[in-house]
Design a protein. Structure first.
Length: 475
């Protein structure tokens, strides 16, 4: 009936609270009122039981409004119901939802609360299934395929994979199998060094100042980058809406892809940059899977229409979001996919997804290259490579930050110099990394130094870690 975590929680709470409250009640009942020790102890336990019963009643009432982990801040507590009880709860919430919605289908404000209750009940059932190692993700994929066939996700027909796309896919993978490729560095933080305000929408420059964007691409190519990324990282409808540009998604992404292609002149690969949506997907947030799917579809379709060579999914803090983005890419076209996730220095996402397991699943879903970028500097990122098991056969990419930012006079400054990056670029290459580049704080100067050591065929991945000797550089 109850999950193992819940039993441990209740038992542990009872032991701890009995000790604390027992001493206080013992003093109150036995010493002051004069009740014998044993009756005082039993009365103490009865009082605790009443308090716990009432608190738990409040918890259960809120259980379907907000997850227990958020309510208690105890991430190990998952759920308190078994299948039968949870199934009954779903039926109850669904009936409430139907009753409230009847005759008010076009007035969501009336039945929204009941819908949220029902949705959270379903999420709790999903947690129960996952606890019992049931493959929920596989069933999600089956349902997604059925919905795609019915045309639920988007209006236009899915583009069929062409022979041209397959050929382009093959060209990139062949190049990657022969050489370690050097990617470019940051766009946004580099633009701030050129005098642009950090608060502007960098992606809007594709329409208002394309020459500046093109110049940045050319600087990275001249520095030695073999992969440049389009200036489209945050060009999804949710992020652009913050600047009043939600209706410019296709225009901005298409322009960003074309600017990069013009800059490359066929000399380097162009990767369409796709970042996180800026909103958490349910059950961690309010964004539904369909909404996330459609947002990614809108952005990625425009980038691919701009004739990029690769899709670069990057800075994905949520494995759920990264997975959805990969699936969208695979639905649109047969194009190479690089999927980079952001991890903490403990080797987990902020949602608790483990690095090795995430890599395996993303590769299975269709990512050609999986990797890490942002948040961490070169040293920490190199350490995380140790957690990739030798059994993992996929290709790996890394794009670390130039250390941790320091905020001064309203702007961010990064302390890691180009020479330090060159030293770690060599370590990455010798550890079997296939694509090496830079993220926040890196500039063409960093890429130029890295180009001195990033070349030649990839080596077999290994986990032996050697560190840079410069004690003044962190990250």
């Amino acid at each position: 009936m109850f999950s193992r975590e819940w039993v441990f929680y209740v038992f542990g709470r009872w032991v701890i609270m009995s000790g604390i409250a027992g001493a206080m009640v013992q003093f109150l009942f036995s010493d002051i009122i004069g009740i014998h020790t044993i009756p005082a102890f039993l009365l103490n336990q009865f009082c605790l039981a009443c308090v716990f019963w009432y608190v738990d009643k409040l918890i259960f009432k809120r259980h379907f409004k907000e997850t227990l982990s958020n309510f208690f801040r105890f991430p190990r507590i998952k759920t308190a119901y078994g299948f039968t009880e949870q199934f009954d709860k779903i039926k109850q919430e669904f009936n409430d939802f139907k009753t409230k919605m009847a005759g008010s289908e076009d007035k969501p404000g009336i039945w929204l609360n009941e819908f949220v209750d029902f949705e959270h009940s379903v999420e709790m059932m999903e947690r129960l299934l996952r606890e019992r190692k049931i493959d929920v993700d596989k069933e999600y994929e089956n349902v997604r395929d059925e919905n795609l066939e019915r045309g639920y996700y988007f209006d236009k027909e899915i583009l069929k994979k062409t022979e041209t796309e397959k050929k382009g896919h093959k060209v990139f993978l062949e190049a990657l199998s022969k050489d370690v490729l050097l990617a470019d560095g940051a766009m946004g933080t580099y633009l701030t060094t050129k005098g642009f305000d950090a608060s502007i929408c960098c992606e809007s420059l594709n329409l208002t100042d394309s020459e500046t964007v093109k110049k940045v691409h050319e600087e990275y190519i001249e520095a030695g980058a073999k992969i440049i990324e389009t200036n489209t990282f945050a060009a999804n409808k949710f992020k652009l809406a913050e600047y009043g540009l939600a209706d410019k998604v296709r225009e901005i992404n298409l322009a960003g892809a074309r600017i990069a292609k013009e800059s490359s002149e066929g000399r380097v690969f162009v990767a369409g940059s796709v970042g996180p949506l800026g909103r958490s997907i349910s059950p961690y947030g309010e964004l539904s899977l369909v909404e996330a799917h459609n947002a990614f579809m809108e952005q990625i379709q425009a980038i691919i229409d701009g004739d990029v060579d690769i899709i670069m999914l990057e800075t994905m803090a949520s494995f759920l979001e990264a997975k959805e983005a990969v699936l969208v890419c695979r639905e649109i076209a047969d194009i190479p996919i690089i999927c980079q996730v952001t991890f903490t220095d403990e080797g987990k996402t902020v949602y608790g997804d483990k690095l090795a397991e995430s890599f395996e699943e993303l590769k299975r879903l269709g990512a050609d290259v999986v990797g890490l970028n942002c948040s961490l500097g070169p040293r920490k990122m190199l350490e995380l490579l140790k957690s990739i098991p030798n059994s993992f056969t996929g290709m790996v990419s890394v794009q670390p930050n130039a250390g941790l930012p320091r905020y001064r006079d309203g702007s961010s400054e990064y302390s890691v110099n180009p020479e330090y990056f060159r030293e770690y670029a060599e370590h990455f290459k010798n550890s079997g990394v296939n694509i090496i580049g830079g993220c926040c704080g890196t500039t063409p100067a960093h890429i130029k130094e890295m180009a001195k050591v990033v070349s030649g065929p990839p080596v077999k991945r290994r986990c032996e870690i050697k560190y840079a000797t410069n004690p003044d550089q962190k990250g």
